[in-house]
Design a protein around this ligand. Structure first.
Ligand code: ADP
Ligand code: MG
Length: 493
């Protein structure tokens, strides 16, 4: 992976000097301490997540060192550490505090290039952090916040940029509008800019990219990224602490206000009332508002009509799930950014099977890379299938075609004699095709040999059967479910 691919918040390892290098070797004791601390953490984590999650996300992490109350761990990619931060932050934080005390810090080191001779040139360090902090009142000693431009806390995450956002038909309007806004905040027709979509389709990415671009372009503008929940919490706090004036003044001093997930304003009348007035004041002063929601504004319930009607002053744009071509483009871009070139058939396989949203696509890719990097697996279709269907640790060689026949026969309640017979009855044919498919996937046998185990069929019949199942996996939920159940059984065999 090349260094220019990495985001700005990442500290490069050049700052690890030779001296430190030597010191590090002398301090192998510290490494042992780190191992034992991390093992304790793993014990706790193991009790709090399911086995699958533990294997995918925590087992690949290894401890590197422990100094100054800071535990450094190695993770396979930047993606990986962002993913665990996003999904397991509270658990990690609690665990680290429990094992190392409340002032402890966690730092990730990302493996950049396993093949490099120089240990340090293949590592980058990423402090554990989270944007925005859970509450403005709790400052997390855990989080090493990277320094932000000016002293104004924007709560933007610099990882989101327009450069690493893939534009396509499904987000055309939303992304063009966001770009237009970042060039001329407050003065375009897109004020407010309201983006809506189902989860995982890029709302957060786009509005953060917009905020980051404005901060970079207009150094003197105050950009604030927040969520409706955070706004609500701060509002309630301000009432409790008699700080309503400060609250109001603060929000009115902002030039670009980004508020995510406005659906959570639903039913919170007082907060909405305050937000409505903030909205008006900012809009009148020519300040930019950017909002996101998980549904079209007209479907928001218990949200002030006055506020909803204001949205039509600007632009309401939706983001649709990505189509096949865009899923391919996203996978290519993200794997390139990770410094890994995926064979086209793998990109195609994932793009055909992981369809709901970009977050899932990303998750699949992270798991694929983790397995490739840490388990030394070959990058091939079988690995992709395993990752897509969430299977781990099976031993392909130990399984025989007879095991599979038996399992499939029991599962579909079709006698084994029928599976290898000439019968074309649908249930029997399906069981047969499934058994061939699984044999192909979980054994090393050739199509020809597989055919010989299924009533002396020839290799093209086996191939056809496998293609049938491949199609079913995309088009037929119940077949997909059967496949997944069988794979689970194989895994536990
Ligand atoms: P939402 O806020 O709509 O739930 P996010 O912005 O959090 O979705 O997106 C989920 C993940 O997918 C993020 O990691 C984001 O970077 C990524 N993502 C979404 N859309 C795109 C895209 N068009 N190009 C690149 N990455 C994307
Ligand atoms: Mg979001």
């Amino acid at each position: 992976m090349s260094k220019q691919n990495l985001d700005a918040e990442v500290l490069f390892s050049q700052d690890v000097t030779e001296k430190e290098n030597v010191k590090q070797i002398l301090n192998s004791n510290e490494d042992q301490v780190a191992h034992s601390y991390w093992n304790k953490c793993l014990q706790i984590i193991k009790d709090n997540v399911n086995t699958q999650v533990f294997k995918t996300w925590f087992e690949p992490i290894t401890a590197l060192k422990y100094t100054d109350n800071k535990l450094t761990v190695k993770v396979p990619s930047q993606f990986f550490c962002e993913w665990i931060e996003e999904h397991f932050y509270p658990l990690l934080q609690k665990t680290i505090f429990q094992v190392l005390g409340e002032n402890a810090k966690l730092q990730y080191q990302v493996v950049v290039d396993e093949n490099s001779d120089n240990l340090h040139s293949r590592m980058i360090k990423v402090p554990a952090f989270k944007y925005p902090p859970a509450s403005n009142q709790i400052q997390l000693p855990f989080a090493d916040m990277p320094s932000l431009p000016e002293s104004f806390p924007t709560y933007l995450n610099p990882r989101y940029t327009f450069d690493n956002f893939v534009k396509g038909e499904s987000n055309q309007l939303a992304s063009s509008a966001a770009l237009a806004v970042c060039k001329n905040p407050g003065t375009t027709r897109y004020n407010p800019l309201v983006l809506y979509s189902e989860t995982g389709l890029g709302k957060t990415h786009l509005v953060q990219a917009l905020g980051n671009a404005i901060v970079r372009r207009y150094k003197n503008l105050r950009v604030l990224y927040t969520t409706s929940e955070r706004f609500t919490m701060e509002f309630v706090n301000s009432i409790q602490n008699n700080k309503q004036n400060e609250f109001t003044n603060f929000y009115r001093s902002i030039d670009v206000l980004i508020v995510e997930d406005i659906q959570f304003f639903s039913g919170k009348e007082k907060t909405q009332d305050n937000f409505f007035h903030t909205f008006n004041a900012l809009h009148q002063a020519g300040k930019q508002l950017v909002l996101t929601s998980d549904k079209p504004p007209k479907e928001l319930v218990d949200v002030d009509e006055r506020l909803l009607s204001r949205f039509h002053w600007g632009l309401i744009a939706d983001i649709q799930p990505p189509d096949y071509e865009m899923r391919m483009a996203i996978l290519k871009k993200k794997s390139e950014d990770e410094g890994i070139e995926l064979p086209p058939e793998i990109v195609d396989y994932i793009a055909r099977h992981v369809k709901n949203n970009v977050r899932e696509l990303e998750g699949t890719l992270v798991r694929l890379i983790a397995k490739y990097t840490f388990d030394n697996r070959e990058m091939n279709l079988d690995l992709a299938k395993e990752v897509v269907f969430g299977i781990t640790n099976f031993e392909p060689k130990q399984l025989t075609v007879d095991d599979i026949k038996e399992m499939v026969s029991k599962y579909f309640k079709v006698p084994e004699e029928l599976i290898v017979s000439k019968t074309r009855k649908h249930e029997v044919a399906l069981a047969r095709q499934m058994a061939m498919y699984l044999t192909k996937q979980f054994t090393q046998l050739s199509l020809k040999t597989i055919g010989s185990h299924f009533g002396n069929r020839d290799h093209s019949t086996v191939l056809h059967s496998c293609q049938m199942i491949d199609n079913y996996l995309v088009t037929d939920r119940s077949v997909k479910q059967s496949y997944e159940n069988l794979v689970q059984k194989i895994k536990h065999e």
